[in-house]
Design a protein around this ligand. Structure first.
Ligand code: UN1
Length: 508
């Protein structure tokens, strides 16, 4: 472990702010725990409000230089960062696992997602195009351009401590923006490690280093500073619906833009004709993978009454064979929850399930034996009703609700009857069911799949969801547009000034 931390530049006590160089932060010193065995990995001296102000100033200054770089040159720098990340994939993947508890293959997958995102952003850097529009006026040309926006705030969550930063940072980077990253206080070390890697690349190139900045501190102090800063042109935030609402309200005060990626309450519909084996695998990965701590985790399965009992039985059996333990160990499929407060939320949900008339058919227990720490729980299956209050909420833990449905119309109705709208799926071989699910009357989510599960979205598509999920889109497709300032231009190359809409305004 020591070696890994050393290779990534993590010290015993680390500074919590970077703006081209590490600042000597003077805030509260916090211990960073590993949920694997509750050991302390390292300490971080958090940033104070004054540290934030220094970082913000540097980010504004760097923007004035960075925006002048041609976008493909900015892309080239992201390409080099992607190459450097490849060299640290193993160590960084391990640190992700040590710091937040996802299994090692998922830790590696997370770093791979960063690398893929770098490659995608390099391509994007030559494709930040606007349209040419036909002008109604003679001898006029109308078109649109996209310019760098400014300084971007990135608030990331513990569950994807580095990948979600990359979705934002690499796109914002090629768009010509500088940024300030505020990672979750549960996972500051991966953020420090990534910043060290980026620093090395930028230093070797001799370009302004205050492009990718970092501040580590509590949400109610540093987070509040960031979201209320009118010099931040866009805040891209991942986390709870409650946090997102706060970000939105604060940004609204200075007309700042937001990209919000908040709670999910993702469901898989299993119709009577579905390939049950496929559906089981997708539900298992969706609900148990990452210990149920993805925004895209499967929380509800809406199962046709004809196959309900069979599906529930097979799922119970599959849950019984999930190896739980140290996420660094090969073969383990489920590690710990991130911390004690997540265990508390899990326990609280179990109580509510029973109070509200649900029936726990598997799990429902915090593990105390044969595990190396205090954050391990059994993945849980409960038979429930969609209208139970606890089912309507997102509990960030491996708790899955099975709900019986009679037909496709009822399935879609219940599917959409939750406040969140991130990811969704249907398992069926019936073309009409599948198309109905994807139609305007179907799933109301930002992501809707057929015969694949709710989690594990690829970066090529725009990622995000509707309703209380917040409406933001990140990563691929044309999500880059939110990171740029759009401008419509008209050039008159004629010798008269004709007005649009036929308006006459001439002095005789
Ligand atoms: C998240 O949980 O915030 O689709 C992001 C997925 C991942 C990203 C999840 N690629 O599950």
């Amino acid at each position: 472990m020591k070696e890994i931390l050393e290779k990534l530049g993590i010290k015993e006590v680390n500074h919590g702010a970077y703006c081209g160089e590490w600042l000597h932060t003077t805030g509260e010193e916090v211990d960073v725990y590993s949920p694997i065995d509750d050991s302390i990995l390292a300490k971080v001296k958090t940033a104070t409000a004054a540290d934030y102000d220094i970082v913000a100033k540097k980010a504004i200054e760097a923007f004035k230089i960075w925006r002048n770089f041609p976008a493909p040159k900015r892309g080239e720098i992201i390409r080099l960062i992607g190459l450097e990340l490849r060299k640290y994939k193993d160590e960084l993947g391990r640190l992700v696992t040590m710091e937040m508890g996802k299994i090692y293959t998922e830790g590696l997958g997370e770093v791979q997602e960063m690398i893929d995102m770098a490659d995608l952003a390099v391509g994007m850097s030559r494709q930040l195009y606007g349209a040419t529009i036909q002008s109604e006026r003679p001898e006029h040309r109308m078109f649109e351009q996209y310019h760098p926006l400014g300084v971007i705030g990135i608030i990331s969550s513990f569950n994807f401590p580095v990948a979600v930063w990359a979705w934002n940072a690499f796109v914002a980077g090629v768009c010509g923006d500088t940024m300030i990253w505020k990672p979750s206080t549960s996972t500051p070390l991966t953020a420090i490690a990534v910043t060290n890697i980026v620093h090395k690349v930028l230093e070797e190139l001799g370009v302004p280093k205050a492009i990718f900045n970092l501040v580590i501190g509590r949400g109610n102090e540093i987070g509040e500073k960031l979201i209320n800063d009118k010099n931040i042109h866009l805040v891209s935030a991942t986390g709870s619906c409650q946090m997102g609402k706060r970000v939105h309200q604060a940004a609204a005060k200075h007309y700042g833009r937001v990209i919000l990626e908040l709670g999910g309450n993702n469901a898989i519909i299993v119709m009577e004709d579905a390939n049950i084996e496929l559906a089981l695998k997708a539900v298992l990965f969706g609900a148990v993978g990452t210990a149920g701590q993805r925004c895209t985790s499967t929380r509800r399965v809406l199962i046709h009454e004809d196959v309900f009992d069979d599906f529930a039985q097979k799922l119970e059996k599959a849950y019984g064979s999930v190896p739980i333990g140290n996420p660094l160990d090969e073969g383990v499929l489920m590690g710990p929850l991130v911390n004690q407060s997540a265990v508390g939320a899990y326990k609280n949900a179990l109580e509510k399930i029973e109070e509200q008339g649900g029936e726990i058919i598997y799990g429902g227990e915090v593990l105390t034996e044969d595990v190396p720490g205090n954050c391990y729980v059994l993945p849980t299956i409960a038979i429930a009703r969609n209208d139970m209050q606890i089912v309507q909420e997102e509990t960030f833990a491996p708790i899955l609700y099975l709900i019986k449905i009679k037909n496709i119309n009822q399935a879609i109705e219940l599917h959409n009857d939750v406040p969140q709208g991130l990811s969704s799926a249907i398992f069926t071989n019936n073309l009409q069911y599948a198309e109905q699910f994807l139609s305007d009357r179907g799933s109301d989510c930002g992501i809707a799949n057929v015969n694949i599960g709710t989690s594990g979205a690829e970066i090529g598509g725009a990622f995000g969801g509707e309703k209380e999920t917040g409406g933001g889109r990140e990563a691929g497709s044309d999500a880059w547009k939110a990171y740029m300032r759009r401008q419509t231009n008209t050039i008159n190359w004629g010798k008269t000034i004709p007005l649009a809409q036929g308006v006459e305004f001439d002095i005789d």
